[in-house]
Design a protein around this ligand. Structure first.
Ligand SMILES: [Zn+2]
Ligand SMILES: [Zn+2]
Length: 249
């Protein structure tokens, strides 16, 4: 970096101090996240499930559970990751989005692109328009935008829409989640995804039922295949609210 760039960077930091994308604490220019969050962040390590993307120790997939081909995620949904996701959802936090989006893009490169998967377009899990109006933006679609830019594959965010509102999935069991999400999505312009291989993006994988329903809707409308990427995946110890019921069904 040249002298001028360094001066410019220091000046920018004075006006816009760098913040941890997960908790929002101030950080130095040589840090990506704060030291507290870096102790809690957990990257997903092999062996991972080739279907749901969870570390194998917490995978409960059965054959035929999902209609998408695979899901991959860079991070476990730990406390620090949860804070970062929360910042994306409820504060306008572009640096959180960039942090997660870049990690997701790297995972997509490693797991899909370098293994010969050809992706035609990127789509974020949509939000109902009422929720969008309340919140002002959709974090899954912001992540999809960052991923699409990073891997240089077209973004198609107006194709899949959420036409019905459903109850929040937070406290529901696995079976309840599947029922609650059934039929809420629709493809607005099927001609745009016909015979296309879609990369579907979301913030968190819990039961996988939202991804699965989106994938089902896309395939039903003529998509060739659906691969997924989410910023984080919940493992058993991090999902106490649904832990008891979720995986028994
Ligand atoms: Zn932090
Ligand atoms: Zn699995």
């Amino acid at each position: 970096m040249g002298m001028l760039d360094q001066i410019k960077e220091s000046f920018m930091e004075l006006i816009f101090p760098r913040r941890c994308p997960l908790c929002g604490a101030l950080i130095n220019s040589n840090e990506r996240i704060c030291s507290k969050c870096s102790r809690d962040v957990e990257f997903i390590r092999r062996p991972i499930c080739r279907i749901c993307g969870r570390p194998l120790y917490s995978c409960h997939c059965r054959k035929g559970d999902y209609v998408f081909i695979r899901n991959v995620s860079p991070l476990v949904y730990t406390k620090a990751a949860k804070k970062g996701i929360h910042r994306m959802k409820f504060n306008d936090s572009p640096y959180s989005c960039t942090y997660f989006g870049k990690l997701m893009a790297n995972t997509v490169r490693m797991e899909y692109l370098e293994n010969g998967v050809r992706l035609d377009c990127v789509i974020g899990v949509p939000m109902h328009k009422d929720d969008f109006l309340t919140r002002g933006y959709n974090q899954a679609q912001l992540l999809a935008k960052t991923v699409a830019e990073e891997i240089e594959i077209p973004l198609m965010n107006k194709v899949l829409i959420k036409q019905h509102k459903n109850r929040s999935q937070h406290t529901l069991s696995y079976i309840e989640r599947q029922r609650n999400i059934k039929g809420v999505f629709q493809v607005a312009r099927p001609e745009l995804i016909r015979d296309k291989t879609v990369l579907l993006c979301d913030d968190v994988t819990t039961s996988g039922s939202t991804l699965n329903e989106c994938a089902y809707t896309l395939l039903d409308a003529g998509a060739k295949a659906v691969y997924c990427v989410t910023a984080t995946v919940a493992v058993m110890s991090e999902m106490p609210a649904i832990k008891a019921a979720a995986f028994r069904d």
